[in-house]
Design a protein around this ligand. Sequence first.
Ligand code: IFM
Length: 478
Amino acid sequence: MTDAIHVTDASAPADATGSSALPRFPRGFFFGAATASYQIEGAHDEGGRGPSIWDTYCREPGRVADGATGDVACDHYHRYREDVALLRDLGVDSYRFSIAWPRVQPTGGGKANAEGLDFYDRLVDELLAAGISPAATLYHWDLPQALEDRGGWRVRETAERFADYTRLVVDRLGDRVPRWITLNEPFCSAFVGYAIGRHAPGAREGRGALAAAHHLLVGHGLAVRALREAGVREVGITLNPDRLLPATDSAADLAAVRRAETLHNEVWLDPLFAGRYPAHERETWGESADGSYRREGDLITIAAPLDFVGINYYRPITIADAPHRDADPAARTAVDIGVEESWRQDVRRTTMGWPVVPHTFTDLLVDLDRRYPELPPVVITENGSAEDDSVAEDGQVHDADRVAYLRDHLFALAAAVEAGVDVRGYYVWSLMDNFEWAFGYAKRFGIVRVDYDTLERLPKDSYRWYRDLIRHHKQETQ
Ligand code: IFM
C-alpha cells in the first residue's frame, strides 16, 4: 500500500477543536458503542466461569502494568443494568459486547455452563427492553486456559472447539441477537499473543504464530457455518487493518511497507475476501511460512460469504526498513520481518502515544474498497481515543481532546462514505473506561468514566457530544 490515496476531508469544519458542526451520514446509518468481556465484566470466578488465558497472563509478574487483572474490572457482570441504562440515554441503536468463552465452556469443551449463558441472556433481554439491538462478538481474546494448555490457536482443534462453542451460544441467543461477529482483531490474537508476547498467552514464536493466524481464520469459517445453520441475520468478522506509511520514499522503506502489508493486512484480507493466501508471504516470513498447518479446502471454509466486515481503526503506523532482530532465520518470531514501526511525532498523540491523523481513516477505507472488490459492507466496530481525563472542580470530565478525535474521525468516515465506500454503522470504543490489556487501567478509552475505587460511572463531555450527534442524525434522516 505504497500509493497513499489522500481524500481530503472537505466536509470538516475549519476549526478543528470546535464541536458545533456535526458530520452527516445517510439514512439508515446506525450508531453504537462497544466493549469486550474481559475488559469490563469482572466476576472472574463467579457463575461457573473457568480461567482464561488473560487470567493466567495477568498473574505472571511483569506482564501487565501495575499487576492489574480483570478480576473486578468495571464489575459489569453485576452492574449491567446500569450500563444498559447509560446506553439507552445515549440513544445508540446497537451495543457491541463480547461473550466470554470460559463462562460458556469453563474448560473449553463439552456442554454449556447454563449459568454463564444466563448472564448473556439477561443482558440481551435488558438491551432489547431498552430498544437497543445487541451485536455479539464470540471471541475477543479470552480463550479458555484449558485450550491453551492443549496448544491454543497453534492447533486446529481450537478452531473446531470454537465452532462447538459458537453452536452453544447461538442456540441460546440466536433468536434475539441479529448481528454476530466471530473474531475481534485476529491480528492481535495471533501476532501480539503468539509472536510479540505482549498479549496472552505471551508467546514469542515464528511458525506457531503463523499457525495461530491460520487456525483463527479456519475457526472463523467454521463459526460462520454454525451461525448460518442457526439462521441468524447478519454475520461478520472484525479486523484491524492498518494504514502503513513509509518513513521515506526509499526503495528499502517501500519494500518494508510491502512486508508489513502482508503481516498486518493481507494475511487476513486475502483469504477472507480474495480466496487466496498472501502473494508475498515467503518474502515476508521466509521458511516459517511453510504452510504445513494448511489443509485442502481451508480457503473455501475461510472465504465463506459475510454480510459485513467490521473494521477497527485508531491510527496510522510509520514503517521503515530495519535489520532483523534475530540474525538466525529459524529463531525469528513472525513479526521479525526486517521492519521498524513507529508513530508520527509531528501531530497530536493520544495517551497511547498514537498519532491523530484522521484522513488516514478515509484513505484506509477507500483503499480497502478498491483493493478488494469482494469486500462486504463495512461496519466500523471500534474507533476512539485514550486521553488523560480528570474530574474537574465542577465534578465533570471535560474531555475536549476525545471530542475532537471522535468528531474528526467521524468526518473522515463521512468522507469515505461520500467517496463511495459502503459503510453501514459506527461503534465508539468504548462505552466506558476499562481494562486496557497490558496497560491495565492506566489508559482510559471510555466516553463514560469509571471510578475504579467506587465503580461509579460518570458520563464525560464526549458522551454528551456523541448523544447529540446521534439525536441530530435521527432528526435529519427521519
Ligand atoms: O481495547 C482495545 C480493544 O480490546 C481492541 N481494539 C483496540 C482497543 C484499544 O486498544
